[in-house]
Design a protein. Sequence first.
Length: 93
Amino acid sequence: MLHEPAVEMGKDPAFAYKRRLGVTMFLIYAVIYVAFTAINVLSPKTMETILFSGLNLAVVYGFGLIIVALIMALFYNAACNAREKSMTEGSKP
């Protein structure tokens, strides 16, 4: 196996943007997840409601949580890449 030295990492100029975006997205997802948990705790019968094709609210909401997480991850990646690219292009002579 080829083991090379670790790449030197410099200061990330987009760090503040990434942190703010990540925390904001975490809080949005946390609110959605807390709502899911609250429905389960406060009104479990509501989760038995059939929405469509024989799927109840619990299943639809659960899959929705997974899909929202994937969409948010893709958005975060695209937004961070765009910010890094704009900051890199702005610093070139």
